[in-house]
Ligand binder design. Structure first.
Ligand code: MD3
Ligand code: FE
Length: 218
């Protein structure tokens, strides 16, 4: 019986609607990584440009019915991968299953992800403080799964200037960001140069999002 609940150890409410589930994805982590590698053959990781023209230090790709994209035209969700001219790879069933299970656990039984953004951090890669508001469906949570080397995560408030709390997200950790936390400012400190058995120096983060199809760009 013990093992059934292993993923539940240390469940922490981070604020209203935000639930940290340490190790929730442990039992599927290796399969998730296999799918990351498979889908990155179809839609490779790339360093996208912010609308301001700066390359991001996090390499990204997506799967699902649409994918997040940024270039000088702005942040948006697109139906096709601009790098390949083809639709994004399908979302693997195991991706959907772990995301939906985590959302249910956190009290969002109706979550149905449209897209999964896959972030790859090499040593030194970081993500500045930002809000995720390109989805329009703000009633749905975002579910994030961390894999590989840990990262120091910063979780702030509704204002960019609100104080942040910092904590480490580790291999297998899942966080569900819904309710009042959905628009919280957040970021990731530069990833330390360290080694993980399954990913080498890399950290991967999967973020599952529900997007209104009428918003997809051609
Ligand atoms: C809090 N990714 O892809 S995951 C992102 O580790 C992003 O790659 C980070 O921020 C990463 O947009 C952090 C945690 C996360 C994701 C979405 C959130 C935290 C969030 C949305 C609202 C509030
Ligand atoms: Fe984000």
């Amino acid at each position: 019986m013990e093992d059934l609940f292993a993923g539940m150890r240390g469940r922490t409410d981070l604020g209203s609607g935000a639930v940290w589930l340490p190790g929730f994805a442990d039992s599927v982590a290796e399969k998730l990584l296999q799918h990351v590698h498979l889908l990155s053959h179809a839609s490779p990781f790339r360093f996208m440009m912010t609308p301001g023209g700066r390359p991001m230090s996090v390499a990204m790709t997506s799967c699902g019915a649409c994918g997040w994209y940024t270039d000088k035209r702005g942040y948006r969700y697109v139906r096709q991968d601009p790098s390949t001219g083809h639709p994004w790879p399908e979302m693997p069933d195991i991706f959907r299953h772990i995301a939906v299970a985590a959302a249910v656990e956190a009290g969002f039984p109706d979550f149905s992800p449209t897209s999964c953004l896959v972030n790859r951090y090499e040593p030194g890669a970081k993500m500045g403080l930002h809000q995720d508001r390109d989805e329009d469906d703000l009633a749905s949570p975002i579910v994030s799964v961390s894999l590989g080397v840990p990262a120091r995560f910063a979780f702030g408030g509704m204002l960019k200037t609100d104080p942040v709390r910092r904590f480490d997200l580790r291999h297998g950790d899942v966080v569900v960001w819904g309710g009042a936390s959905r628009l919280a400012w957040h970021g990731v400190s530069p990833v330390r140069e360290t080694f993980h058995q399954q990913t080498g120096a890399m950290r991967y983060n999967l973020t599952f999002r529900a997007i209104n199809p009428t918003l997809f760009q051609p």
